[in-house]
Design a protein. Sequence first.
Length: 532
Amino acid sequence: MDDLFDPVDVPPDVARIVEGLRDTGYLFNTAIADVIDNSIAAGASRVDVRLAVDFAGVLMVSIGDDGSGMDRAGVIEAMKYGSKRRADPASLGKFGLGLKTASTAFCRRLVVISRPDGAAPALRAAWDLDALATANAWKLELAAPTKDELKLLDVVAPSRAGTLVVWEKVDRLLNNYQRPDGQPLKNAAKKLEVALREHIALVYQRFLDPADSRARTLTISTNGVEVPAWDPFCLGATLKPALEKDVETVLPTGVKASFKVRAFILPRKEEFTNEALRDAARISNERQGVYVYRENRLIHGPDWLGMYKQEPHFSLLRVELSFDHRLDEGFQVDIKKSRILLNEHLFDWLRDKFLAAPRREAETRYRKGEASVAKGAAALLHTTSNTTIEQKSGVLKTAQVTNVDEKKGEVTITNNSGQTTAKLRIVTSDEPGIVHVTTADSLDNGVLWAGALMNGAAAVTLNTSHPFYPKAYLPNKANSVVIQALDFLLWALAQAELNNVSDGNREAFEEYRIEVSRNLKRLVADLPDPPE
């Protein structure tokens, strides 16, 4: 009876386990980066990634490095699912699963060739998922490497310590491109390589940039071409953070840790004095947000971590959040090292306190540039409307404006309410013809429109800084009918005010324009921004 409750050894089904671990959600770039992490943890100064398609159209991927390499025991340990914890807790390798799960997410045969020094023979170890399923046992294949494999290892680590990881029987990458001649696969592999280079340039920027002292320098190449670092914060443009904070925290274990948050507001494209730096900044909607670094390696982003949507008017704002291994549990770093979760307190602090001011400033800077674009487009945008209003001026009802005092900005208006003295925007322009619709960089109280006297004629002034203007006018600048309809509406509203304003209702008309303009600002907030 006592034997009934004794512990029982229940080994998992090998085939089910290895197939299940293929579906951990790795993307190709993330998987390659996970293998590169092992190279950096091994002290490599060079990493060489290769994507090759042979004459039969078969894809092979390899990652070689000149790190410390491994002896027989080390290779066996590295190939074990759930290998021992690294001695250095700051190591980029974290769970002892990355090499295996990242690789077999895309291939059915993982090969590792390594040697601890130039004098020792290299050893080859392989996991073949099909062979594992057949044997239903964790039987690691050990053999001497082939000549071709040694050549690949010697490319990055000639006659010295190093490791080569090879993906064979690649079945989950570009399999839709398989053709007898292999050419479509080669083209698709080239696109993969281009995207991978961009990913490496960002993820390992601090390692690739010799001028960055936060991480030791190494070189990473793809198919023999070195990958340059890409700095999302444009520090090469001597850009200083708009706001930064070092946050001290105490973990539940009692260990003290800290992390750094810095917000950068990039110049608008036209504000860059150096064309190369402007191009390198890659200002776009998808590159805004928080960039999360663990041990100087990007592990997440850019996005807003669920705090906000990515919107064009925040495209100039990029935020750095950097921490070390002590906060792994606090930030719930996942197995792929590609995601973190913020606790409620930190989430609220980032969203409501730290980022509030930088977001306002980033939006203001973006809007100024947007208004500048709108002002430039406005020169010809309203020509047809002005011509039409002038042609129909004989049948349109407008107030009589006299006694213009340009110094005080006052006029005498004779209208339906009688005669009154009022403040009015008085504009003198060298523009040819009579102008009835004009624009300004801003108007009092941020209103969208205001009545004006343009070269002696009753007119309307439109505020290009009000978000309605760039969002309603600029996307339709090629549609003359829409532009005229908008112009006619706002001109008519301005003239209705001039036709009926009096000493008793002047403030009511001003409040009316303010309220309409505020509501329009809220209504158009979620409309798409105009294309560049």
